[in-house]
Structure formats: C-alpha cells, structure tokens
Design a protein around this ligand. Structure first.
Ligand SMILES: Nc1nc2c(ncn2[C@@H]2O[C@H](COP(=O)(O)OP(=O)(O)OP(=O)(O)O)[C@@H](O)[C@H]2O)c(=O)[nH]1
Length: 298
C-alpha cells in the first residue's frame, strides 16, 4: 500500500465550520542547544486554523519542522525561521504560529569560599509567536534563592539584647565572659527564620537580540538578591552563606524591588513581569510580591 491509498482525514471538510485559535502538539520531546549545552526539552508547537471549513491541520509538518532545532543553538532568528516554516506548510489554513520550548538550563556555580563547584538547574521557557508576520519572543525563568525575614531578625536581636541585660546586669563586663556568651545558644538564644524562595521572571525581549540572554539574566538576578541557593558546600561556605543572609535580610517586597531595579538595567529586556514567592517557614502559606516594568518608548 502506498501513501496515495491512505485516507487523509485532515483534508476532509469540517462537520462544524469554525476557525480555531491554536491547534498543534504539546510536550514534544526534543534535544536543544542552549548556551552551548545540549539540553532535554519539551516543545509545544501550534498554528491557528483560520479556515473553519478545514477538518484539521497537518501535525506531522509542524513536528518535522522542529528538526531544525536539533543542530543549531537556540536563537530568536532560528525560532523565527521555524515559525515561518509552520506557516509555509499551512498556507491557506493558518496565519498565526506558536512555538514554546521548556527546558532546564544548567549552570556551574562556584562555592562561596572553598574551591568547589556544582550544578544548578534553572527552569526556563521560551515562548515565540509569528502573528500577521510579526515575530515576538518572551522568556520565563525561575531563580531559586534564600530569604531571611528582617522582622524575625530584629525580634531575635531584641531577645538577645534582653538576655544580655538579664545575664550581665550589675556585673563588671569581662571580655572572656562576653565572648563565651556570644558563642553560646544560652546567649544567642533566638535565630530568625529563613526560607527557600523563588523568583519567577517573565521577560519580553528586544526584537533585535541575537541570543537568549539567559545566564546574564540569572546572574543579574542572583547578584541583586545576594543569597543565591548554593551547590557544593563546606562549613566555610555555609558560614559565608549565613553572613550573606544576615546582610541581605529580605521581605518579599524587598526582593521584588531589588529584582525590578536590576532587570530594568539588563540589556535586551524591553518589559517584564516578575513574581517572588517566599515559601514561609513561619507560615504554612507563601508570601508573594509582583512587579511589572516596561521600557518607555523613545
Ligand atoms: N489534525 C490532526 N491530526 C492528528 C490528530 N491526532 C493525531 N493526528 C495524526 O497526525 C498524523 C499526521 O497528520 P498529517 O500531517 O496531516 O499527515 P499526512 O497527511 O501524512 O502528511 P501531509 O501529506 O504532509 O499532510 C495523522 O496520521 C493524523 O491522524 C488530531 O487531533 N488532529
């Protein structure tokens, strides 16, 4: 049997004539190249079905167009070309094409003090569209970090002060006694709570960028927060992390403001929405802040 004899249901007329906004496939397994790394990704590929009379789109043509992503570094130009291929293979049927790529970028991170390093993965998604010949691309990246509550830190410090008054009132201060007291849990009797937190960054990119600035954005975000989650950790690194947390006490509002001010300076970003989620250890619910920004038109 050759393909001429195979029934082609997609070519039939639709029973109910109605255009559709998005038709395609979600979760296609795909190896991609990003920042020089071969990564496992999932792709969502779709087009509009403008011709309400047509029964279906040609899924295989979208699927095969994705082959172009296997050998070349993911770039806006490459995604633009794939979206053009989607539309060329659906001439007369579709005017809008969509391609989302979901992956985890891996970055090697040095320890704070010791000469060690380890890998961190950052969930990243790229959303590209070609609508009426206008190409648009957006990025979503998740950056994990640590946040220590400034209110909890102040309350803990007050308890320590009160204990100091109670333990040393009416006593001549001896350097050795104070030093021992400072090193004891009887003296430093309270600690602030901290939590693993997540920054969800949704970024609109300039049309003219050549590459996706993923690691630049992640580095800028981590530098702004100051308390990136660590990989390989020895005690010296953990101590440096404790210092970083103590010097970067953060409500979720502080984190959102820091990220906003950092990302608006990051090249290649024309607008963003960001959300920070502090998975509170004080509460069973999260503390969340959101912030938007859009570059003013020149
Ligand atoms: N349109 C559509 N196709 C589907 C769906 N589920 C599975 N398919 C299958 O996707 C396969 C590929 O479709 P096409 O791209 O039209 O395949 P084809 O007709 O051999 O290829 P062309 O000659 O390029 O059109 C077909 O075997 C369809 O049955 C669906 O929900 N909608």
């Amino acid at each position: 049997m050759n393909s001429m004899t195979l029934p082609d249901i997609a070519a039939q007329a639709a029973r109910q004539a109605l255009p559709l906004e998005w038709v395609g496939m979600r979760g296609i397994a795909l190896p991609v190249l990003l920042e020089g790394q071969r990564l496992s990704a999932k792709a969502d590929a779709g087009v509009s079905l403008d011709d309400g009379e047509a029964r279906g789109i040609h899924m295989s043509r979208l699927y095969l167009a994705l082959e172009a992503l296997e050998q070349k570094n993911l770039s806006p130009a490459l995604l633009h070309q794939v979206l053009k291929d989607f539309l060329q293979s659906h001439e007369g049927l579709s005017s809008r094409a969509y391609l989302n790529i979901h992956t985890d970028l891996l970055l090697k991170r040095s320890a704070l003090i010791s000469p060690l390093a380890g890998w961190k993965s950052y969930p990243a998604s790229i959303f590209a569209s070609l609508i009426n010949e206008v190409f648009h691309v957006e990025l979503k990246i998740e950056v994990p970090y640590s946040s220590t509550c400034p209110c909890s830190a102040a309350l803990a410090r007050q308890l320590i002060q009160q204990k100091f008054i109670a333990d040393f009132a009416n006593k001549a201060l001896q350097h050795a006694d104070v030093l021992a007291w400072l090193g004891s849990t009887q003296g430093i009797l309270a600690t602030p709570h901290s939590q693993r937190s997540t920054a969800q960054l949704h970024l609109h990119l300039d049309d003219f960028i050549d590459e996706f600035p993923l690691s630049v954005i992640i580095n800028d975000a981590e530098a702004a927060l100051g308390t990136a989650v660590q990989t390989a950790v020895k005690r010296a690194d953990e101590q440096a992390f404790a210092l970083a947390n103590g010097q970067n006490l953060m409500f979720c509002e502080d984190a959102a403001r820091r990220l906003n001010l950092a990302l608006r300076r990051t090249p290649g970003i024309s607008a963003f929405q960001l959300r920070v989620i502090h998975a509170e250890s004080l509460h069973a619910h999260d503390a969340v802040a959101e912030s938007h920004w859009q570059r003013e038109q020149a």
